[in-house]
Write a protein that binds this ligand. Structure first.
Ligand SMILES: *Cc1c(COP(=O)(O)O)cnc(C)c1O
Length: 345
């Protein structure tokens, strides 16, 4: 049990003692000059996991998505993206501000866009219309409550894109969570996209970093965009060592977070003044509608008892499970919520 149970995000985790030791002992060099051995190990290890040719270590998931887009499309191109995608809504407008991209946003069923609808929007580009350059998918899908996008949907989108000469990008910030639930081997996800970005600093507990994956040629272009965005870092093996530790030691326990999410969701569904469908909780994220009081008031009252969460929008709160929340924290959170919420139980 922790003094504070922090459900705001899976980004709040702190490096474990073993991870810190790996960081202290990391061999380093100047990675911009290409000689940090620890970064190279992390990049090739991640690429191998997904069956991709090459990898590039970047400081954040936002930069990961940015360098994938920047290195593959040009200003004035259109990308097709799900309406609640992270790269569209939560990366400070980078797709437009950095790269001058048009976005065709499509609704979805829990993150799974309809391939027929995508097909109807793909345009080759001509004197009048923009060219559709890329389709971006997100798995698991953060703002659809950590939903796992079905493999069949990803496969259909991939086949469509290949047949129409359009690139596919996978925002796999939480691909570890998706894979833990779906049982799909990581190389199968890797095979369904041209570029992907995976986070080490979410469910895997590293303090910093994402890895971008693609072909060797794509990664070399991405390296230029990383430098352009100020993401070329020097003796960064210190951070990459945390990523290696995360990949080796932390992936295996991610099912615990899903189990904690299930227990929390089922408990919350029984409380008055909260509305959610526990069956919709597939991974480590829970969105709950708060009907008993304004969500921010609920957040503030939990905060007073050292349960931290976030109000998102006018009606909902989000709870995210991660390696720094244990089963006792979940039980205590449920007890505090039962106290804070009014009425019969
Ligand atoms: C967190 C997240 C990112 C990247 O976020 P950073 O804070 O920039 O590391 C990208 N995509 C998704 C789906 C995310 O949840």
């Amino acid at each position: 049990m922790h003094e504070i149970a922090d459900f705001r995000s899976d980004t709040v985790t702190r490096p474990s003692p073993a991870m810190r030791r790996a960081m202290v002992e990391a061999e380093v060099g100047d990675d911009v000059l290409g000689d940090d051995p620890t970064v190279k190990v992390l990049e090739s290890m991640t690429a191998d996991l997904f069956g991709k040719e090459a990898g590039l270590y970047v400081p954040s998931g936002s930069m990961g998505n940015a360098v994938c887009l920047g290195s593959q499309v040009v200003a004035g191109d259109e990308i097709i993206v799900e309406e609640w995608a992270h790269c569209l809504n939560f990366e400070a407008g980078g797709v437009a501000g950095l790269f001058g991209l048009l976005t065709r946003t499509l609704s979805s069923h829990r993150g799974a866009m309809d391939p027929d609808e995508i097909a109807s929007w793909i345009r080759p580009g001509d004197l009048h219309a923009p060219r559709t350059a890329l389709v971006a998918v997100e798995n698991s899908h953060n703002f659809h409550g950590g939903a796992v996008v079905p493999l069949a949907n990803l496969t259909a989108i991939r086949e469509l894109c290949l047949s129409r000469g359009v690139l596919t990008h996978l925002d796999g910030a939480r691909i570890w969570n998706a894979a833990a639930t779906s049982g799909v081997p990581l190389p199968e996800y890797g095979a369904l996209c041209d570029s992907m970005s995976v986070c080490l600093s979410k469910g895997l507990g590293a303090p910093v970093g994402s890895v971008v994956l693609g072909t060797r040629a794509m990664i070399e272009r991405a390296r230029v965009f990383r430098k352009r965005l100020g993401g070329g870092m020097r003796q960064v093996g210190i951070l990459a060592a945390a990523g290696i530790h995360a990949l080796a030691e932390m992936r295996g326990r991610i099912g615990d977070d899903h189990e904690h999410a299930r227990v929390l969701a089922e408990g919350m569904a029984r409380l008055p003044g909260l509305e959610l469908d526990p069956a919709a909780v597939e991974t480590n994220i829970i969105f709950v509608k708060v009907t008993a009081m304004p969500p921010q008031e609920f957040v503030d009252r939990l905060h007073a008892d050292n349960i931290w969460t976030l109000a998102l929008g006018a009606e909902e709160c989000r709870f995210v499970l991660h390696c720094d929340v244990d089963r006792e924290d979940v039980d205590r959170a449920l007890a505090v919520m039962a106290d804070v919420l009014p009425g019969e139980r």
